[in-house]
Design a protein around this ligand. Sequence first.
Ligand SMILES: Cc1cc2nc3c(=O)[nH]c(=O)nc-3n(C[C@H](O)[C@H](O)[C@H](O)COP(=O)(O)OP(=O)(O)OC[C@H]3O[C@@H](n4cnc5c(N)ncnc54)[C@H](O)[C@@H]3O)c2cc1C
Length: 203
Amino acid sequence: ATHARTRATGFRLDEGRLVAVETEAGAIPCDRAVVAAGARSGALTASFGDRLPLESERGYHVMIADAEAGPRTPVMASDAKMVVNAMAGGLRAAGQVEFAGLDAAPNWKRAEILRDHLTSMFPDLPETVPAERIRMWLGHRPSMPDGRPCIGRARRTADVVYAFGHGHVGLVGSARTGRLVAQLVGGEAPEIPLAPFDPRRFL
Ligand SMILES: Cc1cc2nc3c(=O)[nH]c(=O)nc-3n(C[C@H](O)[C@H](O)[C@H](O)COP(=O)(O)OP(=O)(O)OC[C@H]3O[C@@H](n4cnc5c(N)ncnc54)[C@H](O)[C@@H]3O)c2cc1C
């Protein structure tokens, strides 16, 4: 297998059959493709005329290195709407939902809210954590309006399979989705009914 580190920009079809994926590094000949580009999948599906209501639910995390305190097991702090984990790299709190699209600059105030929840949750943390011990991150949850992912074929060709839109649970859902995609690409019957995940429910 070849791992091409480049951006896919579109597809080349010949009489309804896939012949190549177009990328910034040139065309890659192939007869099957999977669109699994997370919140950025929409531009690729739109090249088939499949305009799907995929939106990024932007989320943030904050990491405190060498934390003086933390939970022994992962904790869902429901009043702060965040998940707290003691990790090898530090104490992490992840949460927040922001609708600002794919390209807006991060609003780090949202990560600061998570940091402040952490310091009130764990009084042994310093009230003001030194900036050099803090790292912040913005990520995109690829979300559909009904909360279900899109797993199914493109309308214009059965050779392209969609697998995105897992929202808040894409890590949890990844292995099962991978198996379903392998079944679709391999021409096998999927092991569960895929109608609830069919992208055509929005088309
Ligand atoms: C703060 C936060 C906390 C979360 N917590 C959890 C959790 O606890 N459990 C859980 O299950 N999920 C969680 N999620 C959600 C999870 O991260 C996502 O659902 C998951 O990452 C989606 O996986 P994906 O592979 O579809 O997309 P991504 O992980 O976004 O991967 C898409 C990949 O496609 C690449 N790509 C994009 N465009 C192109 C292109 N044109 N050509 C080639 N490559 C392209 C990107 O570079 C990226 O590598 C969380 C998300 C956030 C933001």
